[in-house]
Design a protein around this ligand. Structure first.
Ligand code: ZN
Length: 317
């Protein structure tokens, strides 16, 4: 499972693999495994283990950086797109938060106050963390939000806000994000850009890269009412099918942990025209894996050699 193919000094969710590493990883996969489309992952042929590459979200670098490498190695892939972000100038909400708190710049000393569902929350950036430069970014290059404690008051505010915002509806989240951006004086367009309609058509032109649904607004489905969940799941498929004039049968749950969707979600996905759905549960597809909750493994930013030795701990190569 991949998200972005890009170079960066700031990657709190470990979404980026550099173009050089991605090429080395595809080279390794073609020499040791049989890369196939997700639809064919369960078929058996030959001695090599089958591997299906997926990307979540719909970042522009999937077309610009990843597709040429997939073409060079003839590796098929599925890209799951959150359609509501198509052509967005501000990018995905978690990136906007990252750009405000973790990219170089200055933040105000004034208290950030948000009223979230009737409860008043406040954050303060310490004097020492107020100004942040490239060197600070490099120092925290390896910080991973899910693995270690926030090293500065910027990182702490970033984590707490992420947690608060992920449980809101799209409108609520957008309103609070605007307040945070106003407080920070942040108005720049996204660094991590989402694909435009034209780019999505380019990416899915031909048979190498298949489109998949990832909801409209990249919502946490378990936090939504049943009818809102259906709108997100069905709406995304309709928008993609209209845009691309092709059938969309693959889905991946945003965030993808067991707590991020419910048994209702799984049923709604299955009877909305999707044939299979991917989670973020770490693991390999087994003969008894449920097609509506397929496990995946996260590919880290490793060189070809590192990737090869990691791969040998995951599959029999
Ligand atoms: Zn996602």
């Amino acid at each position: 499972m991949y998200h972005r193919v890009a170079e960066t000094n700031i990657d709190p969710w470990q979404l980026c693999v550099s173009p050089q590493h991605f090429a080395e990883q595809m080279d390794t996969l073609t020499s040791l495994t049989e890369p196939v489309h997700l639809a064919n992952i369960r078929e058996r042929s030959g001695n090599r283990p089958r591997v299906a590459i997926t990307f979540d979200d719909g970042y522009a670098d999937n077309l610009i950086a990843a597709k040429p490498i997939l073409q060079r190695f003839s590796v098929p892939a599925t890209v799951f797109v959150s359609t509501g972000y198509t052509g967005s100038q501000t990018g995905f909400w978690w990136d906007r938060l990252e750009e405000i708190f973790l990219h170089p710049g200055s933040l105000p000393l004034s208290l950030l106050t948000l009223d979230i569902n009737g409860s008043k929350r406040t954050w303060r950036i310490s004097e020492a963390d107020r100004h942040y430069n490239d060197r600070d970014c490099r120092r925290h290059r390896d910080w991973a939000a899910l693995k270690s404690a926030p090293p500065t008051s910027r990182h702490a505010a970033f984590c707490e806000l992420w947690q608060q915002l992920m449980n809101l509806s799209d409108e609520g989240r957008e309103q609070h994000l605007r307040s945070v951006a106003d407080w920070a004086g942040h108005s720049e367009p996204a660094v991590a850009r989402c694909m435009t309609q034209a780019e999505l058509r380019d990416l899915f032109d031909g048979d190498l890269v298949h489109p998949g649904g990832h909801t409209v607004s990249h919502c946490r489905l378990s936090a939504l009412q049943p009818d809102q969940q259906r709108e997100e799941i069905v709406g995304c498929r309709r928008q993609l099918e209209d845009m691309l004039s092709r059938k969309v049968v693959d889905f991946s749950y945003p965030f993808g942990r067991r707590s991020d969707y419910t048994s209702y979600t799984v049923e709604a996905v299955a009877d909305s025209g999707y044939e299979r759905a991917c989670t973020n549960h770490g693991g390999l597809v087994q003969p008894d894996s449920d097609n509506n909750e397929l496990p995946r493994v996260h590919a880290a930013d490793l060189s070809g050699t590192e990737f090869r030795s990691w791969l040998s701990t995951v599959i029999d190569v």
